[in-house]
Design a protein around this ligand. Structure first.
Ligand code: NAP
Length: 314
C-alpha cells in the first residue's frame, strides 16, 4: 500500500460525535474517511424532538442529524457506507477491516460507534419485536394512534417518549421499577401533568403477552408487595437504557465494567492513536452536545498525533 492510500484518520460511526470529528479533521486538512453502517445520526436520528442543543430551542432529531451531515459534506468529508468488523492496532498504522474484506489503514482511528437500546430480557419481548414491541417511539408511535400502550423505563428517553406517545395514543402506562425517576426534573413535571399518562411504579414487567394480532397485554409484578396484575395494551415501548457498541473496540483497550471505553481528556484510549468519543466513551453524561464536543477534542488531538508521527518519520 502506498502512502497515498494511507489515511490520516479513520472515523468509525456517523452520529453527532463522528460527524463533528469529521468536520474538525477536515478543517485540520487531515486525509479522513468516515465509515457508517446505517442511518447517520445514531440515537439522535430516532429522537422525536431535541430541546437542549444550543442554538435550537426545539429541533427534530433527524433534522439536526441532517444538518450535521450537510456540514461534514460541505468540507468534502469522504464517507463509506459499510460495516466495520474489526479494528486492528498496529505499530506503524492502525487497520480497520470492513465487512466486504477491505482493509483500510490510518495513523489514527476515532471510534464513534455509539450505543444501542438495551433489551428488557422478558418473555415475549424478542418474539413480538415489530408486532407491538418497539424501541423507538418516533419510528413506531404512528401505528398506535388512538390505542393504549405501555412505556417501560424511568430515564430521559422513557419520559420524553411517554410524552410523545401521549399526544398520539389514547393512554400510556408508564411502568418503572422504582418509585423515583432517573430522568430530568423538567420532563418529570411534564409527565406528572399529562392526564393521558398513568404511572405504575415499583413494578417490573414479567411477561409480554400476545395473540395472533400481536401484543395484547403485559404481566406486571409490584416489587414491594409482590402483587401481580395484567394490563391490556396493544404496544409496549422499552426504554431501559442502552449499551455501547463496543464490538469493534480492539483487545487491549481499557473498558469499564459497563463496556464503555476509558479515555484520557483528549479522548485517547489506552492505545496511542486510537480515540473513543460520544456514547461509546465513559463519561458523566450522554448528551448530543457532549458527543459533538468529544468529536472536536478527538479530531484536534488526532491532528496533533498525526503531525507528530509524520514529523518523526522525516
Ligand atoms: P438511562 O438514563 O440509563 O435510564 C434507563 C432507565 O431504565 C432507568 O430508569 C432504569 O431504572 C431503567 N431500567 C434499566 N434496566 C432496567 C430493567 N432491566 N428493567 C426495568 N427498568 C430498567 O437510559 P436513557 O433514558 O436511554 O438515557 C441514556 C442517556 O441519554 C442518559 O444519559 C440520558 O440523560 C440521555 N438522554 C438525554 C436526552 C435529552 O437530554 N433530551 C434524551 C434521551 C436520553 P433505574 O433508574 O432504576 O436504574
Amino acid at each position: 500500500m502506498s502512502n497515498d492510500e494511507i489515511y490520516d484518520v479513520i472515523i468509525i460511526g456517523g452520529g453527532p460525535a463522528g460527524l463533528t470529528a469529521g468536520i474538525y479533521a477536515k478543517r485540520a486538512a487531515l486525509k479522513t474517511v468516515l465509515i457508517e453502517r446505517g442511518v447517520f445520526g445514531g440515537q439522535v436520528a430516532i429522537t422525536k424532538g431535541v430541546e437542549n442543543y444550543p442554538g435550537f430551542i426545539e429541533i427534530g432529531g433527524f433534522e439536526l442529524c441532517e444538518k450535521f451531515l450537510d456540514h461534514a459534506k460541505a468540507y468534502d468529508l469522504e464517507i463509506l457506507q459499510r460495516e466495520v468488523v474489526a479494528t486492528e492496532p498496529g505499530v506503524e498504522y492502525h487497520s480497520v477491516r470492513l465487512d466486504d474484506g477491505t482493509v483500510l489503514q490510518a495513523h489514527a482511528v476515532i471510534l464513534a460507534a455509539g450505543g444501542t437500546a438495551k433489551k428488557l430480557n422478558t418473555p415475549g419481548e424478542l418474539e413480538n419485536f415489530g408486532k407491538g414491541v418497539s424501541y423507538c417511539a418516533t419510528c413506531d408511535g404512528f401505528f398506535f394512534r388512538g390505542k393504549t400502550v405501555a412505556v417501560v423505563g424511568g430515564g430521559d428517553t422513557a419520559l420524553e417518549d411517554a410524552l410523545y406517545l401521549a399526544k398520539i395514543t389514547e393512554k400510556v402506562y408508564l411502568i418503572h421499577r422504582r418509585d423515583a425517576f432517573r430522568g430530568s426534573r423538567i420532563l418529570q413535571q411534564r409527565v406528572f401533568a399529562e392526564p393521558r399518562i398513568e404511572l405504575i411504579l415499583d413494578t417490573v414487567v414479567t411477561r409480554i403477552n400476545a395473540d395472533a394480532a400481536g401484543v395484547c397485554g403485559i404481566s406486571l409484578q409490584n416489587r414491594q408487595t409482590g402483587a401481580e396484575r395484567e394490563v391490556a395494551i396493544e404496544g409496549v415501548f422499552i426504554f431501559v437504557g442502552f449499551a455501547p457498541n463496543n464490538q469493534m473496540v480492539p483487545a487491549g483497550i481499557k473498558i469499564n465494567t459497563a463496556g464503555y471505553v476509558i479515555t484520557d481528556e483528549k479522548c485517547e484510549t489506552s492505545i496511542a492513536g486510537v480515540f473513543a468519543v460520544g456514547d461509546l466513551r465513559q463519561k458523566y453524561a450522554n448528551q448530543i452536545v457532549l458527543a459533538a464536543a468529544d468529536g472536536c477534542t478527538a479530531a484536534l488531538a488526532a491532528a496533533h498525533y498525526v503531525e507528530t508521527r509524520k514529523g518523526a518519520a522525516k
